[in-house]
Design a protein around this ligand. Structure first.
Ligand code: DUC
Ligand code: ZN
Ligand code: ZN
Length: 471
């Protein structure tokens, strides 16, 4: 057999094993694993390198409307390019409904934004902001059947927050259709109360963002979301968990046998609330929700990863420019932290941060790294085994890593649309040097070689983690 490409001499790691092996690729898929595979049109030397499944980042925001006068810093072109440089081969952004919109039209609009723009493969979660009878009774079940098999709901934010009744209604549609519900767990009323009180006291600097949504705000909402899911007997994913109290709520639910899953993100491992305390608006660079907490919370998030309470490690890439009144500096006259757009960039730095802080520092194994950054995402969201692993028959979605490369993270090295990185100055060891999507290099030895539009939309099966149990 003649292969299109053989990747030779690398150390291959999956979620289960690490082994020395060559990878033979035909028509974008892995056709053989072994040694002495024979002839290929092209042979890639991977000696001294790790060859890993391409990262799957199942929590990114691209080209989302973000409130009056605010513009998100990444569209599908820049966001997927940055993803490829960060060792990712597939991202899952959100198609976000706003009040009054048809969900089907929203999905069409996001496809139009992505069409011809992507460097890596893309699939969509939905965001349900308007749980009308039509959405719940018709649009949502039809979209789940069409491969949009997961959706996010918010317990906070004006225009997005669902009431408990609406959450229960959405959850019961998820139960009927076998979809997975992702939950942003923060108590809306508590945030409003605390924000008003802080503002009345003149505490409007970015650092007070953290004080407006302290840990009990997240813990209470996490507990409530789990209770509502228990009532409706539906599996849920609690996204972007920032601290030990919320993590323990998830662990307790798991120990009771509930299908409650968790996700954490780089900002909760390496940033703290202190980062929000810069002079003037400097702290706005770190404003995201939930906010970064303290060292004890960082340790708890590590424990959640090590002990597998968290199945997923995602970026929650939600990029805004800093030095920009359409970004973190906020439109004129809107001076309180209340108006600072919530979210930070991270799609390009997620993998090096976990590799360096996790694998290199001995906190997690290389195989757990692969599980947390690729395989579990594919499994959780109905993409496995075509995506998320290195196996015969899988798509040749691969990242080739230099495990010893020392890099100091800096905005100058990155490719996202933001004008800063919250991880500026963080020294990491290990970097993805080449990224291949379905057998074609998108990034090769640090250079962009892929073409815009080569990333494809991937419809998804239902999550095996969300199959309804017989009632
Ligand atoms: N939730 C997210 O998932 N991303 C950014 C902002 C937010 O609140
Ligand atoms: Zn969220
Ligand atoms: Zn998010």
């Amino acid at each position: 057999m003649t292969f299109d490409t053989i990747i030779r001499g690398g150390t291959v790691a999956t979620a289960a094993d690490t082994f020395a092996c060559d990878i033979g690729i035909v028509d974008g898929r892995i056709a053989a694993l072994g040694t002495s595979l024979g002839a290929a049109r092209e042979t890639v030397d991977a000696a001294g390198r790790l060859v890993l499944p391409g990262g799957i980042d199942s929590h990114v925001h691209l080209a989302q409307p973000s409130g009056p006068g605010i513009v998100m810093a990444d569209d599908f072109e820049s966001g997927t390019r940055a993803a490829a440089f960060g060792g990712n081969t597939l991202v899952l952004p959100f198609a976000m409904q706003q009040k009054g919109e048809s969900l089907r039209e929203v999905v069409k609009a996001y496809h139009a934004k992505a069409e011809g723009q992507c460097y890596v493969d893309v699939s969509f979660h939905l965001i349900i902001a308007d749980a009308t009878d039509r959405v719940l009774g018709q649009e949502l079940p039809a979209l789940v059947a069409d491969g949009y098999t997961s959706f996010k709901v918010f317990m906070t934010y004006e225009g997005l927050a669902l009431s408990d009744l609406e959450m229960l209604e959405v959850m019961s549609v998820a139960r009927e259709t076998g979809a997975l519900v992702m939950i942003h767990a923060e108590n809306y009323d508590a945030i409003r109360f605390l924000t008003d009180r802080l503002e009345r006291a003149g505490k409007t600097a970015p650092r007070y963002h953290a004080a407006s949504r302290p840990i009990p705000v997240e813990r209470e909402a996490t507990h409530r979301a789990i209770s509502l899911a228990e009532l409706t007997d539906v599996p849920i994913m609690i996204v972007h968990v920032s601290n030990g109290e919320a993590m323990e709520e998830i662990r307790r639910a798991q120990q009771k046998g509930l299908r409650v899953y968790g996700e954490t993100c780089p900002q909760y491992l390496v940033l703290t609330e202190k980062d929000l305390a810069g002079l003037n608006m400097e702290g706005a660079r770190y404003v995201c929700s939930p906010p970064p907490r303290d060292e004890a919370s960082q340790r708890a998030c590590w424990a959640g990863l090590e002990q597998k309470v968290f199945a997923l490690f995602s970026s929650d890439h939600c990029p805004f420019r800093y030095d920009d009144p359409q970004g973190k500096l906020t439109p004129k006259g809107r001076t309180s932290f209340r108006w600072v757009p919530n979210g930070i960039p991270g799609v390009e730095t997620r993998l090096p941060i976990l590799f360096s802080e996790g694998v290199k520092k001995g906190r997690i194994s290389l195989n757990d790294f692969v599980a947390l950054t690729a395989t579990n995402h594919a499994r959780m969201y109905g993409l496995y085994p075509r995506k998320g692993t290195i196996a015969v028959g899988a798509d040749a979605d691969l990242a080739i890593w230099d495990p010893e490369r020392q890099v100091t993270i800096s905005q100058r090295l990155l490719h996202h649309g933001s004008d800063y990185t919250p991880y500026e100055g963080l020294a990491v060891t290990g970097w993805p040097v080449s990224t291949m999507v379905r057998g074609r290099f998108v990034v090769r030895d640090g250079e962009l070689v892929g073409t815009k539009g080569s990333g494809a939309y991937v419809p998804r099966a239902k999550s095996p983690y969300a199959v309804p149990r017989p009632s």
